[in-house]
Design a protein around this ligand. Structure first.
Ligand code: HEM
Ligand SMILES: *[C@@H]1O[C@H](CO)[C@@H](O)[C@H](O)[C@H]1NC(C)=O
Ligand SMILES: *[C@@H]1O[C@H](CO)[C@@H](O)[C@H](O)[C@H]1NC(C)=O
Ligand SMILES: *[C@@H]1O[C@H](CO)[C@@H](O)[C@H](O)[C@H]1NC(C)=O
Length: 541
């Protein structure tokens, strides 16, 4: 027995030694894994005395409850009741995201087009907060799926917050805002199976083929970027802007990645996702920690008021691209992301990006989608964060004086003793006068028809070669493998009407996939499907 114990100890010690060897031998942890170590290095001693939330110092015996009057001490009761209540509702869409701070810098003079202070004066820097997100997954979901990716930015300008909410395709899914809810539902979990279901996706898309254009972008190489740093993003709408003389211009903003665009195939994304569902968030955190600050060039595609009135297509239709040769592009500046959020919940979860947050010189888009968004972002944020969401630190503008009072905290100073009604003769805050603000806005009426031409153009002209067209059609085909015949028939019809080549390629790719699947035993087929749906993407058999 004794001898056995001795051998055991020797093995144990050798084991310990080799462990330390493995752990410490010339091995550098990534910044994500060093975060707590860095905290301790900055704070060589405990950061203070532990208290309850009311400030009562906590005595060490109150940190255990066994054999005590357990509800007699605030430390334990407060700890657990706080956790019982600490979840708030996640965002309806774009729930999973990562936040970071940075700045916008003007690199080109655009005062000819807009009087917006933030865009005028070469070298001027404006602080901003940003949020990179994936649109369909819930708060804990994988980031690499083939869904819309977002980058929302809030620039803290001298004239109030200017928010840009951008997505990675240049075009959006639909032009009638009433389509938002049904399309979101069809892209998410089936209410009975609680699983992603391509029957719902293709049923909806084939009923409303205007959605196909943005979906083709998603099925193309840019659909799964190799990191949030490596994607271009677009607010998509046509914005109305004006200069100090009141001349109006119509622009599309483009944020072009200075890191270059890089893409993952389904196969690559699945390998990464199997090891790391948070690949994008980790990549961003580590890049900033290593001072590889990602940056985006802000460009503006411009048309004048007369240009806009003399073109043969609808430039306000968010589901289509502006035609080449009808506009010119100028650089405005660059966005640099250089600081990680201090605390995720405080600076990222509580952030409320609202496309209606605009500044003088940018009157904003006039299309129906934007009009709806002006209403529904603050609506959902009132529900998610409360009516005082702009008084949460991350959302606070540099300057603000309103006639709103009270409500669910935070309240800041609640405007103290100032008059609370407008107009008044007691020197409460007063509005300003802006002579140059355009007296009228374009009234835009949009065409109800389902136009397949933009999708056809994308397929034949934006996709640069047949190899890329084949990748797109393979991706579509694999998502159609388990779609029921009625939906499949309808979908193939829409794809063929869009382009006979698209229809033909999807049909033949689908035939090959189904033939391969038929040879697999059921267990293997189900195993692959399970992966495919979990990712909301379509692995190739
Ligand atoms: C009718 C059309 C649309 C509706 C009703 C809608 C609705 C929403 C809602 C409810 C949220 C969650 C907001 C929150 O909880 O704070 C959201 C987030 C977002 N939307 Fe939209 N959306 C629409 C179109 C668009 C378009 C056209 C774009 C950009 C081209 C866009 C980009 C984004 C982005 C980037 C986020 C994430 C914001 C964040 O990170 O907090 N959306 N949208
Ligand atoms: C330790 O790491 C450094 C930096 O990566 C490398 O240059 C060096 O060769 C490594 N040393 C050994 C013994 O592996
Ligand atoms: C990613 O895809 C886009 C669009 O096809 C292409 O322009 C870009 O070069 C690709 N990036 C890489 C690194 O292949
Ligand atoms: C609506 O769009 C269709 C298809 O592009 C076109 O044929 C028709 O002329 C348009 N109607 C109007 C009023 O612009």
């Amino acid at each position: 027995m004794h001898r056995f114990g001795c051998v055991y100890w020797i093995i144990f010690l050798l084991h310990r030694a080799s462990c330390y060897h493995d752990y410490y031998y010339n091995y550098t942890l990534d910044p994500v894994s060093r975060q707590l170590e860095e905290f301790r290095a900055e704070h060589p001693r405990p950061i203070g005395l532990l208290t309850t939330s009311s400030g009562e110092p906590v005595e060490i015996r109150d940190t255990v409850t066994l054999n005590t009057e357990i509800f007699n001490r605030n430390f334990h009761t407060e700890l657990t009741s706080h956790a019982d209540r600490e979840r708030i509702q996640e965002r309806l869409v774009h729930a999973k995201g990562v936040g970071a701070y940075g700045y916008f810098e003007v690199t080109n003079d655009v005062s000819k087009y807009t009087k917006a202070d933030v865009f005028n004066g070469i070298g001027k820097k404006t602080p901003l907060v940003g949020r990179f997100s994936t649109s369909i997954q819930n708060l804990g979901g994988p980031e690499l799926s083939r869904t819309l990716k977002g980058l929302a930015m809030k620039m803290y300008t001298k004239e109030g917050n200017l928010d840009f909410l951008c997505l990675q395709p240049r075009v959006y899914l639909y032009k009638d805002p009433v389509m938002f809810v049904p399309i979101v539902r069809s892209f998410r979990r089936n209410p009975r199976t609680n699983l992603f279901d391509f029957n719902m996706v293709w049923d909806y898309v084939s009923n409303r083929p205007q959605t196909l254009h943005a979906l083709l972008w998603l099925q193309s190489d840019v659909g799964i970027p190799n990191g949030y740093r490596k994607m271009n993003v677009f607010p998509a709408h046509t914005y109305e802007i004006y200069n100090k003389h009141g001349d109006r211009y119509y622009v599309k903003f483009n944020f072009i990645s200075e890191q270059g665009q890089d893409n993952l195939t389904n196969a690559q994304a699945m390998v990464i996702s199997a090891m790391d569902q948070d690949y994008y968030s980790r990549d961003l955190y580590n890049a900033i920690a290593e001072k590889k600050y990602p940056a985006w060039r802000l460009e503006m595609d411009v048309m004048s008021l007369s240009d806009i009135k003399n073109i043969d297509y609808d430039p306000f239709d968010i589901t289509r691209l502006w035609k080449e040769g009808t506009y010119h592009t100028i650089v405005v500046g660059r966005v640099v992301i250089n600081r990680r959020v201090e605390n995720n919940f405080k600076d990222n979860e509580q952030a409320a990006y609202n496309p209606a947050n605009l500044v003088p010189g940018i009157s904003g888009p006039q299309d129906f989608i934007f009009k709806a968004r002006r209403m529904f972002y603050p609506d959902t944020q009132n529900y998610r964060l409360g009516v005082n969401h702009n008084k949460i630190e991350v959302n606070m503008p540099r300057y603000e004086r309103t006639y709103n009072r009270d409500g669910v905290p935070p309240l800041r100073d609640n405007m103290k003793d100032a008059p609370n009604y407008y107009p008044n003769t007691f020197n409460g805050p007063v509005p300003y006068v802006e002579e140059c603000r355009p007296k009228e806005s374009l009234l835009i009426l949009e065409n109800q028809t389902e136009d397949l031409e933009p999708s056809n153009y994308f397929y034949h002209n934006v996709l640069e070669n047949d190899a890329h067209r084949q990748r797109v059609t393979d991706n579509i085909a694999s998502s159609l493998q388990n779609v029921v015949p009625s939906v499949l028939k309808k979908t193939l019809r829409v794809l063929t009407l869009t382009s006979t080549d698209l229809g033909r390629r999807v049909r033949s790719s689908l035939k090959a996939l189904r033939a391969a699947a038929a040879k697999m035993d059921t267990a293997e087929r189900y195993r692959r499907l399970a992966q495919c749906f979990e990712m909301n993407m379509n692995p190739k058999y």
